[in-house]
Ligand binder design. Structure first.
Ligand SMILES: Cc1ncc(COP(=O)(O)O)c(C=O)c1O
Length: 327
């Protein structure tokens, strides 16, 4: 059957990944700057990770690493898993997701509903420990002869952002972007968007929004990586430096507390009508800090990384917020 593809109708859900809209935030204090967010929650599974899920699978298929009938395994905070569940589901691959136990139940329910097998593992161990989600996923992939996607070391992750997210930001701002604020989980966003934007305009400032407890902002700011701590924000912050992470792209880095992240995400919903996840709270708090420190007008772009619907039991639940001491 001939694919039906017009401006109005997509021939398949995978064609709806990317090309997300951008909106200006007008009810928050941004000083002399203008702040824009790219709505990655508009991707089919509700996060920025749909982009990399599609690219990593397409590249693995093209280079023969992934063949029909193979099982796919990934270690993820949840969103990459949901993106992979979409792509694997459409293409017919079985999927196993290794998910740290701090991640929300909504993500697990969503993954299972999409047909993925979910294995929960410990959040309180660092990389190198056999129960760390990445170590466990790598071991399982070897045992089962499965394809380990490994977003933390997969160049197709960076490629997805270099080829799509970066150019979209450049075009949507008509080349007027002065600064881009993002977090680092796998670092695909930082490395891909950062290298693209700096190739177009070398003085674009890359601003890292990093949860307190992560080693990345202290490493940038002091030159030394501290002992990793723990944080509640999901999807960003690291206890190691992913091999695809280009730390040299970072110009400014802000450590952001869980409390500031959660409260800023709630403020985004009440003032701007955008229901985002906890990592977006971290990004937005850092973006606002950056804006208020500028003495000349700048166009600052950040992301709404994922939908807040998967955090209803957490940051949008007053009891949870009180339990954690955030309200
Ligand atoms: C939920 C989530 N996961 C991961 C990331 C980080 O992306 P990356 O893995 O490209 O570093 C973000 C935000 O930037 C996010 O919100």
């Amino acid at each position: 059957m001939k694919p039906f593809e017009t401006n109005q109708i997509h021939s398949n859900i995978l064609k709806m990944i990317g090309n997300t809209p951008m909106v200006e935030l007008t009810h928050l204090d941004t000083g002399c700057c203008r702040l824009f967010v790219k709505l990655e929650l508009n991707n089919p599974t509700g996060s920025i990770k749909d982009r990399i899920a599609l690219k990593m699978i397409e590249v693995a298929e093209a280079n023969g690493e992934l063949k029909p009938g193979d099982t796919i395994i990934e270690a993820t905070a949840g969103n990459t898993g949901l993106g992979l569940a979409l792509v694997a589901g459409q293409k017919g691959y079985p999927l196993i997701i290794v998910l740290p136990d701090k991640m929300s139940m909504e993500k697990e329910y969503n993954l299972r509903a999409m047909g993925a097998e979910v294995i929960r593992t410990r959040s309180d161990v660092n990389k190198g420990h056999p129960e760390h989600y990445q170590d466990l996923a790598a071991r399982l992939a070897k045992e089962k002869g499965a394809f380990f996607v490994n977003q933390f070391a997969n160049p197709a992750n960076v490629q997805a952002h270099f080829e799509t997210t970066g150019p979209e930001i450049w075009e949507q701002t008509e080349g007027t972007v002065d600064a881009f604020v993002c977090g680092v989980g796998s670092s695909g966003t930082l490395s891909g968007v950062g290298s693209y934007l700096k190739s177009k305009k070398p003085d674009v400032q890359m601003v890292l929004a990093d949860p307190e407890g992560s080693i990345l902002a202290p490493l940038h700011n002091t030159g030394h990586a501290p002992e990793p701590g723990r944080w509640l924000v999901e999807g960003i912050g690291e206890d190691f430096i992913p091999s695809i992470c280009d730390m040299d792209l970072i110009d400014v880095a802000y450590p952001i507390s869980d409390k500031d992240a959660m409260l800023t995400a709630r403020e985004l919903l009440l003032k701007e009508g955008i229901m985002a996840g906890s990592s977006t709270g971290t990004l937005l708090k850092a973006a606002l800090n950056y804006c208020l420190q500028q003495t000349e007008p700048k166009n600052v772009v950040s992301l709404v990384c994922d939908t807040g619907n998967r955090y209803l039991s957490k940051l949008y639940n007053d009891n949870w917020m009180k339990e954690k001491g955030f309200l």
